[in-house]
Design a protein around this ligand. Structure first.
Ligand code: FMN
Length: 354
């Protein structure tokens, strides 16, 4: 596929396609390598992994592909100081679910996330082709360190203002994440209101106002969607939901079942699983917990707090309590091997770019 495209040219991709980082299970070395081997750019979502796991997952991916791939982390968030009353309220509100699932009440204490500097050290050591991140800006020195180590940096913006701030920190690329997107919203502040900007106006304003390449993400499921964002000025499309049913994805069985169940399948944004806004298929936990937003702990404490519930739900094979991250394009999801999906996407794109 011929290009006049910085992302495709620099990484020598077959086409302008990026597999989204899919932290929390779906992201596997096999999936990432399959996409990169097929000529797209695979991304490992490693935000929840320890520095040691980050190194070993990157090494494992390298055994499966010699092509470039990206690694993605979350910009660190300060741990919230939780008043005991607030924690009590959260425990009470989820007591019935833990009882139903046969798990004890949790002990909740900081830290609620893995040390970012140590995670970043692993990235520098392993030197993936691209380091992408979400949830805000990174201090200039991280971006500089990547540059010195020949690692391309890529931040995430959900508004034009966020995009401008990212460009000012000298990142190389920006992901424009529209409201359609599955998974966590990349909004800089976890407590901010969501401006809910659609991918179409967001892509267009970022490509018109910024100088660096823009990658569009959110609800893109086929070649027509990729062609549409290229027409708006994006240099690549980042697809997440489209790959969740691929054989190589680590998507759990109950999650797969829910993605395939066309009855009542609708996506919504919610804070109930992590304390941060994210889009997923509506299920029982979401419906019931949404009734009282005051019991939701701030990010990332709520993420740690609901982990045992999600884990047990998965073990029992039920999707009622899982975070079923998925984008608005869910009706177009396809089930095939990742390599085949990438080549189908490139074929479809050809017909639209002819
Ligand atoms: C299961 C899942 C996990 C995700 N994890 C991450 C992540 O770790 N880091 C990140 O930057 N984005 C993450 N995202 C968001 C994607 O980067 C991207 O914005 C989104 O998948 C695009 O929308 P789509 O799912 O409709 O294609 C995730 C999305 C999904 C569906």
């Amino acid at each position: 596929m011929k290009s006049q495209n910085q992302i495709v040219d620099i990484l020598q991709l077959k086409g302008p396609l990026i597999l989204a980082p899919l932290a929390g299970g779906p992201s596997t070395p096999a999936l990432v390598a399959a996409v990169s081997n097929a000529g797209g750019l695979g991304s490992l979502g490693l935000a929840y992994e320890t520095p040691e796991q980050i190194s070993s997952i990157i090494k494992e991916t390298r055994k499966l592909t010699s092509k470039p791939f990206a690694v993605n982390l979350f910009v660190p968030t300060k741990d919230p100081d939780l008043l005991p009353e607030k924690t009590e309220l959260a425990i009470k509100s989820t007591e019935k679910y833990r009882k139903e699932l046969g798990i004890p009440s949790p002990q909740l204490k900081a830290p609620y996330s893995i040390d970012f500097d140590q995670q970043f050290e692993s990235i520098l050591r392993e030197r993936p082709a691209v380091f992408s991140f979400t949830f805000g800006l990174l201090d200039h020195h991280y971006v500089e360190e990547c540059r010195k180590n020949n690692i391309i940096t890529c931040g995430t913006a959900t508004t034009l203002e966020e995009g401008i701030s990212l460009e000012e920190t000298h990142v190389d690329w920006i992901v424009a994440q529209g409201i359609e997107a599955g998974g966590h919203r990349g909004i800089f502040s976890a407590s901010s209101e969501d401006q809910m900007i659609g991918l179409f106006p967001l892509t267009r304003s970022l490509t018109q106002k910024l100088r660096i390449p823009v990658i569009s993400a959110g609800g893109i499921m086929d070649g027509a969607g990729i062609a549409a964002v290229l027409a708006l000025g994006a240099q690549a499309a980042q697809l997440g939901t489209a790959f969740l049913l691929c054989d190589e994805a680590g998507t759990s069985e109950p999650y797969r079942k829910a993605l395939l169940d066309q009855k009542d399948r609708k996506t919504k944004t919610t804070r109930v699983f992590s304390g941060r806004i994210a889009r997923g298929l509506e299920n029982r936990f979401m419906k019931e917990m949404e009734k009282d937003p005051d019991v939701i702990l701030p990010f990332p404490a709520q993420n740690v707090f609901t982990r045992d519930i999600r884990k047990r739900s998965s073990e029992l094979g039920i999707s009622d309590f899982l975070s079923l991250w998925s984008g608005q394009g869910i009706d177009l999801i396809r089930q095939m091997k990742a390599e085949e999906l990438v080549s189908v996407l490139f074929e479809e794109l050809k017909t639209y770019s002819a």
